[in-house]
Design a protein around this ligand. Structure first.
Ligand SMILES: [Zn+2]
Length: 57
């Protein structure tokens, strides 16, 4: 069984922007989708607080 998954999704036309507002240190940062995911996984880049999706606007 050969399963070649060569999918290239380089669609930079729709780069979603969010505004992240930290619930702890109230830092406001403009982020894109990639950064948003990173912050959701790693926490606030400023104070390392736990971040949820509701902290993005
Ligand atoms: Zn913070």
């Amino acid at each position: 069984m050969s399963n070649s998954t060569r999918r290239r999704t380089e669609q930079q036309t729709t780069m979603q922007e969010y505004t992240y507002i930290c619930p702890e240190c109230t830092q406001e940062i403009s982020v894109n989708d990639e950064m948003r995911n990173a912050i959701l996984m790693n926490g606030c880049p400023v104070c390392a607080a736990t971040v949820t999706r509701t902290d993005f606007k």
